[in-house]
Design a protein around this ligand. Structure first.
Ligand code: ADP
Length: 236
């Protein structure tokens, strides 16, 4: 079987250069009944996130006496992919829920909220690659807009390798046919990485270059996140 090329004359199939993000859209208050919420689109990939709390955690035996907890549920809607996905949790969504929580936990002053929970939900409305990082960006914005005290925002993106070339922000086709892909989340101001997942084979030099590309992309995303939050306080 002849493999389809993903790069033609240095351009990707959607017309992007290797180091170019898709068009990114961010919107706050995407959900009415939440303390904070946001919708983030990376190209066609669409994540809606909401935050409920901080609120007292019941049943009481779940409470931690010296800290609050963050609970996260990531869910891909059945209609988010071309072939309908069977509804409900599966191994993949359980794992992504966990890594999303771990990507965001370090930025929250949870120790200031004993016995309390903050509940975060990520719904993938349309999936075209890089859904976990899109969801993390949406949940980070939702936490901030809910007024949850945070040390930094969390900005997240994917990077990878197609046809021997290092790229940023993989779409669905690239994700499924890549030689390697990496999901990264950062606390840009703190200079910390809170998510780093990699599939495929890469040299040490390629990994370092991809981390640099991820950092540059996360900084662009971070600037957009800051702008939309600042604008919301201006009433714009
Ligand atoms: P991520 O979405 O974070 O990149 P994966 O690497 O697991 O996570 O998935 C890559 C892409 O594959 C998704 O963004 C989506 O476009 C597609 N995909 C994932 N799960 C399914 C599924 N159950 N049915 C159809 N497509 C899927």
């Amino acid at each position: 079987m002849k493999e389809e090329k993903l790069l033609i004359d240095g351009k990707r199939l959607d017309g992007r250069s290797p180091e170019q993000l898709r068009e990114i859209q961010m919107k706050l208050s995407a959900v009415n009944r939440a303390n904070g919420s946001a919708e983030v689109k990376f190209g066609k990939t669409t994540a809606v996130a909401s935050v409920h709390g901080p609120r007292a955690l019941y049943p009481r035996f779940l409470q931690e006496s010296d800290t609050g907890i963050l609970r996260v549920r990531y869910n891909m809607a059945p209609f988010s992919v071309v072939d309908r996905k069977s509804p409900g949790p599966d191994r993949r969504s359980t794992e992504i829920s966990k890594v999303t929580r771990l990507a965001l936990e370090p930025t929250i002053f949870l120790e200031d909220f004993p016995k309390v929970t903050i509940d975060g939900f990520v719904e993938i409305i349309e999936a075209d690659g890089s859904t976990r990082v899109t969801g993390i960006n949406a949940l980070s914005l939702s936490l901030a807009s809910a007024g949850v005290p945070m040390k930094d925002l969390v900005a997240s993106c994917s990077v990878g390798k197609i046809d021997g070339t290092l790229i940023v922000d993989l779409n669905g086709k690239e994700d499924n046919n890549s030689e390697a892909d990496m999901a990264v989340a950062m606390l840009p101001n703190k200079g910390l990485i809170s998510l780093l997942q990699m599939d495929g084979a890469l040299t040490k030099e390629e990994i370092l270059k991809l981390l640099q590309l991820a950092k540059e992309s996360c900084m662009q995303i971070y600037e957009m996140q800051k702008k939309i939050l600042k604008d919301s306080y201006k009433g714009e």
